[in-house]
Design a protein around this ligand. Structure first.
Ligand code: ZN
Length: 232
């Protein structure tokens, strides 16, 4: 039961952090990303977006509860050491990020996918942290396939996996999503040059047709030539 409760607790914690970060940014009167006039976030807009944000968070909670209840005997609470946990969590993050890049790029390059699915997320020209889940539910569910496969692969390879691997992955992933959607926030990880920043993602939201599709590791945009050069 701790496996399920711990997972839901991390999701609730990050959702609460995201909510209060949004409140903080709206109260501060964030100036938007400077590229979209009138993009300063307002209470009215944030309130209007809360139902979809809440729906997606609820879907995440339900899938976590059902999934981990079903597979609870595949996870252990044992702590195998910082290095093995970090390495496995990093593997899930890397698989998810590669899948995210491909999915996100397809959502932009395919006009039907963009119009029917991804356009909702881009209603936010200068997003607030919790708007990382202001997306069509299909976008979120397809985005979950990569980390699910990576986690399933680790479980199959190990027989039983430490739940700490998933918890570390989940915490890093969700805090990172909140971070890059905090449009005007300075990077909280200036010593990690390969990790995407709020400025990177703000540029994507300001110029969504031009690129900058990566999330965690900005290296994907460099490898596939989709970095937005400011001034284009
Ligand atoms: Zn996008």
């Amino acid at each position: 039961m701790i496996v399920v409760a711990g997972t839901v607790a991390i999701q609730l914690l990050t959702a609460a952090i995201g909510f209060f970060a949004c409140v903080w940014m709206i109260r501060r009167g964030e100036p938007g990303n400077g590229r979209a006039p009138g993009s300063t976030p307002t209470w009215a807009v944030f309130r209007a977006r809360l139902p979809l944000i809440g729906l997606n968070l609820a879907i995440m909670f339900v899938l976590s509860i059902v999934g981990f209840t079903f597979a609870v005997d595949r996870f252990t609470l044992a702590w195998p050491g910082a290095l093995p946990v970090a390495a496995s969590a990093l593997l899930i993050l890397a698989v998810e990020d590669a899948c995210f890049y491909a999915w996100h790029r397809a959502l932009h390059r395919n006009k039907t996918l963009y119009r029917r699915i991804h356009r909702i997320h881009h209603q936010a020209w200068a997003p607030l942290p919790l708007e990382y889940v202001y997306v069509h539910p299909v976008e979120m569910l397809v985005g979950g396939i990569g980390p699910f496969l990576a986690l399933a692969g680790l479980v199959l390879a190990n027989g039983v996996l430490s739940i700490w691997v998933f918890w570390v992955y989940l915490l890093v992933r969700q805090l990172h999503e909140l971070h890059i959607h905090a449009t005007t926030l300075e990077p909280l990880h200036p010593a990690l040059p390969l990790v995407g920043t709020p400025a990177d993602h703000a540029l994507h939201h300001a110029r969504p047709t031009l690129g900058q599709y990566a999330s965690i590791f900005r290296v994907w945009d460099r490898v596939f030539g989709t970095v937005i050069r400011v001034g284009r």
